[in-house]
Unconditional design. Structure first.
Length: 323
């Protein structure tokens, strides 16, 4: 008879808990004679006992553990930031302002590119800004525009008078402060004025101040490369790019904000759109006329020193004539 192996599984159950169950596997190897029932003592048999003490959780235990981990994590976040325990962040906390800069590089690049390319089939605000408007992109766009305008303006002045021997060129640092005042005032006060106007008109379209600030900040991105082109001292080229820049970014700006005003009176809506486009165009004109208008070179002619002629009248002749 062939040798046969038998496996006996003894399951001991206890009514106390499932964790106390113990499974034992016993392996018996038979003798050469073959029959275990006749082999008696099974002297050459080897016995291996395997004890199992770890058992899978019940179906609901994993969810319970996950909920406990989430609660523990939420408790830790609340301890780190007590202001967010009730779902609201304090105005004086760092986390409140951190949410305004929660944006990645891909989103910033998409918002910059599509702020220069009008797309009538989609709304710039709804497709690229919502639901995560930011101030990171607008801040760095305005800062870059300040320095690009000031540096390009001084560079245009230098290139124009580089070949003149009697002109002493000096860098005008006042252009940086004037550019910063102009850009940041435009990018902050105009959106604030629009938001106040919407609030005054009881507009319920849901446009927030952060969204309007974000739209206006990205609308200035097109003037950064154009400010470099404005260094070319050719009048018609400068005016051409004034119109191109203000038309492209202005159309995106108007299309993004038009849903907020179309529910209002038609005349008021058209007037607001015209003012917005006019201010956007006026900003570009102001850049060119102040920063890139080269002053005329004036020649100062110093008068030559001439000898003075003094006429002396003798006293005797004066007395004789009076007598």
């Amino acid at each position: 008879m062939a040798t046969s192996d038998a496996a006996v599984i003894d399951v001991e159950s206890d009514i106390k808990s499932d964790a106390e169950l113990s499974l034992q596997f016993q392996d018996f190897s038979g003798s050469a004679s073959g029959n275990l029932s006749r082999s008696g003592s099974a002297g050459g048999a080897k016995e291996q006992v395997h004890n199992f003490t770890d058992f899978p959780d019940t179906p609901g235990s994993e969810d319970d553990d996950g909920n406990e981990r989430d609660e523990a994590r939420g408790l830790t976040d609340d301890l780190r930031n007590p202001s967010s325990a009730d779902g609201k962040r304090s105005f004086w906390s760092f986390a409140y302002y951190q949410s305004f800069f929660d944006v990645d590089t891909t989103q910033v690049l998409q918002r910059i590119i599509w702020s220069m390319i009008p797309n009538p089939s989609s709304n710039y605000l709804q497709k690229y800004i919502r639901p995560n408007p930011d101030l990171y992109g607008p801040f760095w766009i305005c800062t870059t525009l300040v320095f690009s305008t000031a540096i390009s303006g001084n560079l245009a002045n230098y290139l124009y008078f580089a070949n003149t021997g009697n002109y002493e060129w000096r860098y005008d640092f006042h252009k940086v402060s004037i550019a910063a005042t102009t850009v940041y005032t435009y990018a902050s006060l105009i959106p604030l004025s629009l938001w106040i106007f919407l609030w005054y008109r009881k507009n319920d379209t849901g446009y927030t101040l952060l969204e309007i600030l974000c739209i206006y900040g990205y609308s200035l991105a097109i003037y950064v490369p154009i400010s470099v082109i404005w260094t070319i001292q050719v009048s018609w080229i400068q005016w051409l790019f004034i119109l191109i820049g203000s038309a492209l970014s202005g159309s995106v700006l108007l299309s993004a904000t038009w849903p907020a005003f179309k529910q209002d009176d038609k005349k008021v809506s058209i007037l607001v759109m015209a003012v917005m486009l006019g201010l956007h165009l006026l900003l570009a004109i102001g850049f060119v006329t102040y920063f890139f208008k080269v002053p005329q070179l004036t020649t100062i002619i110093e008068p030559r020193s001439t000898a003075s002629i003094v006429t002396y009248i003798p006293i005797t002749a004066k007395n004789s004539t009076s007598g």
